[in-house]
Design a protein around this ligand. Structure first.
Ligand code: SF4
Ligand code: SF4
Length: 226
């Protein structure tokens, strides 16, 4: 039995999400994708439901002042996403479909969710969001949405439920505006970002978890004009 993706999306928004999109899990088998694949730990996966909330401007604009407020606001976004995703995952399992939650903090910088050597997550949440038509990457290595740029927080549900998938709305993985901008590259206090689209994730991790004692930096979001 196929589930109604529209109904699930409406429920996710009712629970407090600002945006949602569904990626066909087969997109992770594209030869151009080089990250870890969710198929490696959920062989029957069919859909990746990407869920996001918008981070309030009020905690971003004062940066680098107000890092505690910025960090706490991000964590509140994470908590909100966890609750929404958990409720949906539980509902899907009641209908007979396996489901698991992708860590919001787990991509490049999540110390405990990522591979400690490469700092790679089990799946790229940003790639799933691109597949689901929610935006494209910026040079700051974040997903840039059309509506609120990189000022977002996301999670995803991996599931073997068959759902009508959305499709990429951006032709390229990286936003075209970035080449003429590069503000995030210049603003990064530890030189972790580069104009060629690469990143030194360890430098960012060390800055936030050692120098800042766990507070988040956010300068690459603060300066982004998108
Ligand atoms: S969060 Fe800060 S340290 Fe990390 S990449 Fe962005 S600007 Fe650089
Ligand atoms: S600050 Fe500029 S270069 Fe960096 S992600 Fe935003 S638009 Fe792209």
């Amino acid at each position: 039995m196929s589930l109604d993706a529209t109904v699930i999306k409406e429920q996710i928004r009712r629970f407090g999400a600002d945006f949602v999109g569904i990626a066909d899990a087969a997109g992770f088998l594209n030869p151009g994708y080089t990250g870890n694949r969710p198929q490696d730990f959920m062989p029957g996966i069919r859909s990746v439901i990407v869920i996001g909330v918008v981070i309030p401007k009020g905690c971003v604009q004062p940066l680098p002042k107000g890092r505690p407020e910025y960090t706490n606001t991000l964590m509140a976004g994470t908590a909100t996403l966890r609750v929404i995703a958990f409720r949906i995952a539980r509902d899907l399992e009641k209908q007979g479909y396996q489901s698991a939650l992708v860590p919001t903090e787990g991509s490049e910088f999540g110390m405990w969710y990522a591979d400690m050597e490469t700092l790679r997550a089990d799946i790229s949440l940003k790639y799933a969001a691109w597949l689901a038509g929610l935006g494209a990457y910026g040079l700051n290595q974040l997903l840039i949405t059309r509506e609120t740029g990189p000022r977002i927080r996301m999670t995803a549900i991996l599931t073997d439920a068959p759902l009508d998938a959305d499709h990429p709305t951006e032709e390229t993985l990286v936003r075209s505006e970035c080449s003429a901008c590069q503000r995030c590259v210049k603003a990064c206090p530890v030189g972790a970002l580069f104009a060629d689209g690469t990143i030194r994730p360890q430098a960012c991790r060390d800055y936030m978890f050692s120098t800042l004692g766990g507070l988040r930096c956010g300068m690459c979001i603060r300066v982004c004009p998108l």
